[in-house]
Write a protein that binds this ligand. Structure first.
Ligand code: GAP
Length: 450
């Protein structure tokens, strides 16, 4: 167990360009984060792996990319207008505002005991469409991507002719004016979701719900999360969100305590300690299609379904891109002693590592070495995620690459100019192989491709 792990992750993220605070030069915008050069690669890899395993590798899934802005009636139908709110109270002494369910007696800020009456605070971020900012032009930045899928259900059925059971997957931004934030990207006001709405005959819903819990759990394991840091937590009846008849969270044992979040995330509770929600898998029954049919006046049924007047049930695996990315980083972080020094290494899965191969000349002031190293990196670049670096001594370059999880370092030395061979160093074992330059692509392909 690494001590102060979260502090170390925060520092690594900033130092090595994974995550920066939004608008940092102006003092930073609260709970909004930017992904730097390594962070965006890691996050894109997480999304690509999710898309590959949930859409491209499955016969029963299709993708969608709906707009962030939607007709405000959507949020009436979905229940977000009415129930997507936290109850807030103000401390009468220090005037700080808190979520009522976070007050365990006295004010966490000043110890005061006198609070204002609780008031509901809607978590949706409001905006205006068109040139006039009046009531008629109000709309919202979507608080979940799911609704974009529900309102396109009929479009997808009509155009794709998918038979039940089938699912629609989407990755995209969502926005919530969260009150309790913190812990880096765990709970933020702008984040990304990876959501699946899986449409099934009601009689199959229970089986598919169980199947999806297992499928999603195994996805995290396959990409390297340690089994002892993952668990499934079924919700009790009284913590279910308004739309769900069953829900289970996949929780990760984060190195911090999260202490509640937004609805339904907050209703879900979490197991305590660092155990916090990575993803929720819900059985939403026919709630969403019935609501949207009622509010839009359109028929939202599947032509082949005989049960339930043709209205399928929905199983929803809903995960956060930012939370998954953070969990992959935390889980991959290792420190070990090598020759009296501490080596920090991100043991990211090969499909997630931002850089797969770094090409490093042993001496930066030998033109022939630099030229050969640049030639090698240029040749590998179309096939792998490659970095070139000659800005420090080789020991330092190795340490830098270990810290960002680079799988293999190729060192070009003086000997390479004579024997056409380079040293390939493995991130995890630090074992070094001497490989002929002509064979590099084949050698590396075997190591890093699927
Ligand atoms: N459509 C269902 C839904 O949105 P949710 O539990 O509120 O359910 C799903 O959100 C996932 O989205 C969560 O498991 C979490 O990974 C992510 N998420 C939710 N709120 C978030 C926030 N404020 N910051 C980062 N990720 C968040």
């Amino acid at each position: 167990m690494v001590e102060n792990l979260m502090d170390k992750i925060v520092s690594l993220c900033k130092r090595r360009g994974f995550i920066f605070q939004s608008s940092e030069i102006y003092g930073g915008l609260g709970s909004v984060w930017d992904y730097g050069p390594f962070g965006v690669e890691l996050k894109n890899n997480v999304k690509r792996e999710w898309w590959r395993s949930n859409v491209q590798e499955r016969e029963d899934m299709v993708g969608l990319d709906a707009a962030i802005l939607m007709d405000p009636k959507v949020w009436k139908a979905s229940g977000h207008m009415e129930s997507f709110a936290d109850i807030l109270v103000d401390c009468k002494s220090c005037k700080k505002r808190f979520r009522a369910d976070h007050i365990k007696g006295k004010c966490p800020q000043c110890g005061g005991k006198d609070f204002t009456e609780g008031r509901a605070f809607n978590l949706m971020l409001k905006t205006f469409l068109g040139p006039v900012e009046d009531v008629g032009s109000v709309t919202y930045l979507r608080p979940e991507t799911a609704q974009g899928i529900f309102v396109n259900f009929a479009n997808v059925v009509d155009t794709s002719r998918k038979k039940l059971p089938f699912g629609i997957a989407q990755i995209g931004k969502a926005f919530r004016n969260e009150i309790t934030t913190g812990n880096l990207t765990f709970r933020t006001r702008e984040f990304e979701q990876m959501e699946i709405e899986y449409f099934v005959a009601p009689s199959q819903a229970e089986d598919k719900y169980k199947e999806w819990i297992e499928t999603r759990f195994n996805w995290y394991l396959k990409l390297g999360i340690k089994k002892e840091n993952l668990k499934i937590r079924p919700h009790t009846k009284d913590e279910l969100a308004h739309y769900a008849i069953a829900c289970s969270d996949i929780e990760y044992n984060f190195p911090f305590s999260t202490g509640g979040g937004s609805l339904p995330d907050r209703q879900a509770g979490a197991s305590g300690g660092g155990w916090s929600e990575l993803e929720g898998i819900a059985n939403r029954a026919d709630f969403d299609l019935l609501q949207h049919a009622k509010f839009s006046g359109q028929k939202l049924t599947h032509p082949d379904l005989k049960e339930n007047d043709g209205v399928p049930y929905i199983i929803e695996p809903s995960g956060g891109v930012d939370r998954a990315t953070l969990a992959f980083m935390v889980d991959a972080y290792h420190e070990e002693k090598v020759k009296e020094e501490t080596r920090v290494v991100l043991r990211l899965h090969k499909d997630l590592a931002p850089i797969q191969i770094a090409v490093l000349p042993l001496l930066k002031n030998r033109d022939e070495l630099v030229a050969l190293a640049k030639k090698i990196s240029g040749e590998l670049r179309p096939h792998f995620r490659v970095a070139y670096d000659d800005t420090a001594s080789i020991g330092k370059l190795y340490r830098r690459q270990d810290e960002v999880g680079t799988l293999y370092c190729i060192t070009v030395d003086v000997q390479s100019l004579e024997d056409n061979q380079v040293t390939v160093r493995d991130r995890d074992s630090m074992k070094q192989d001497r490989i002929t330059i002509d064979r590099l692509k084949e050698y590396l392909s075997k190591k890093v491709s699927n």
